[in-house]
Design a protein around this ligand. Structure first.
Ligand SMILES: [Zn+2]
Length: 408
């Protein structure tokens, strides 16, 4: 009898806990709404959360933006709709930044200062609300004594654990297995959607879809080992992608992307290898936009210039560049049998992701999401299979020639 009473009390306690937290303890916290509001004094960003979460808010300059980090959350916005930008906020992106950390990036129209960051506890049927108030500032105010270039971080009482390095889990290299290691790199991811198509296709989703299909097809041949830089919707720094390829001692690095152009009539696939000076203005602009991924996601790039410069002067780079060009030629020929190509299909550009001094690397722009017909084509499984098969043929030709060369 006494035992039963205790059990009943425990049962009530469990019910009470569930009711208080609003969600079972094992579920990921949820973002159920996001909105932007403005008054003459400030612009306010509000996030509705299923529970009180630790957070970190800071600003970054050039381009100016506000960054919010939270533990990994589920985005459950009504109808999947993002809030309308307004006031000082011109755009908003969110997604997984690193395992365990979700990030919101708010682009601002001018320098801003964080005015207040606070949480309103549940009230009047509303859940926890995280509020970020920003006010307009001049460049001078922004860079003034009290707010340094990174902006002053505003933390909750319970600080976030340090950001986990988003190094992907890759299979350990087996020295006994002599098959070539191909590294597949789906472009963009997480907080960085990449290009957005005419009907709303995200480049990051398309590249992951093609990446997974390519991995499966390469493995099915039995001739290759395959690693992916990312296997889910997560943000990776460009340098981490290179590092991942070097960690597994990759023999070939294939970065998958899709392009957009102001003119909706432009279409066709193209293949890029590294050049220290881009071949034309358009290619340079594309490289700048692909390289901007890290900047857009709020990563501080200041320590990167030195590394890149060091890598560029490495003599090993020459041989790697030649091999990259050979694979690019194979790929252009094979892809050209299956789909329309952009004129001057093989191009040279200063993509940061191609700067590995030891792993031959190419960047494949599968097509244009800004062209309505091509966007539809890229989304079709039949077209994807054709493209994947052509990459497999090019890979076979490339390694067959390498083997032949090493025999002579
Ligand atoms: Zn891209």
């Amino acid at each position: 009898m006494w035992k039963n009473a205790l059990k009943f009390r425990l049962f009530l306690l469990v019910i009470a806990c569930l009711a208080m937290s609003g969600a079972p303890a094992w579920a990921k916290p949820e973002v159920s709404a996001a909105r932007i509001g403005e008054t003459p004094e400030r612009t306010r960003f509000v996030l509705e959360l299923s529970e009180d979460l630790p957070y970190r808010v800071f600003t970054l300059p050039d381009p100016f933006r506000v960054v919010l980090d939270l533990p990994e959350v589920t985005w459950n916005l009504p109808g999947g709709q993002q809030p309308q930008p307004g006031g000082l906020f011109s755009a908003l992106r969110f997604g997984l930044f690193a395992p365990g950390t979700s990030r919101v990036v708010l682009d601002v129209t001018r320098p801003v200062l964080l005015q207040k960051v606070f949480v309103i506890p549940p009230r009047d049927g509303k859940p926890h609300r995280l509020v970020i108030d920003v006010e307009a500032a001049t460049r001078e105010q922004y860079f003034s004594a009290e707010s340094n270039a990174m902006g002053e971080a505003m933390l909750s009482d319970e600080p976030l654990k340090p950001l986990a390095e988003a190094v992907p889990a890759l299979p350990p290299a087996k020295p006994s297995d002599r098959r070539p290691m191909v590294v597949v790199d789906p472009g963009h991811g997480g907080v960085d959607p990449g290009a957005v198509g005419v009907s709303g296709t995200y480049e990051k989703n398309l590249t992951l879809d093609y990446g997974r299909a390519l991995k499966a097809a390469l493995e099915a041949t039995g001739r290759y080992r395959v690693a992916m830089t990312r296997e889910r919707d997560v943000f990776l720094k460009l340098r981490e992608r290179i590092r991942a390829a070097q960690q597994v001692e990759g023999d070939l690095f294939i970065s998958l992307h899709a392009n957009v152009h102001n003119s909706g009539s432009i279409r066709g696939a193209s293949v890029y290898t590294l050049s220290e000076t881009a071949s034309d203005a358009e290619t340079a602009a594309l490289a700048a936009s692909e390289n901007a991924a890290d900047v857009l996601a709020g990563v501080n790039l200041t320590d990167q210039t030195g590394d890149v410069r060091n890598i560029l002067i490495d003599l090993a780079q020459r041989e790697t560049m030649n091999l990259s060009k050979k694979f690019a030629n194979d790929l252009v020929r094979e892809v050209g049998r299956e789909t329309e190509l952009l004129r001057n299909t093989h191009r040279f550009a200063g993509f940061a992701v191609l700067k590995s001094p030891v792993v031959p690397s190419i960047l494949f722009e599968i097509g244009y999401l800004s062209n309505r017909q091509e966007e539809r084509l890229l989304l079709s499984a039949a077209h994807r299979d054709k493209i994947i098969k052509s990459i497999i043929r090019a890979t076979d030709e490339y390694f067959e020639r390498q083997r032949a060369a090493s025999r002579t």
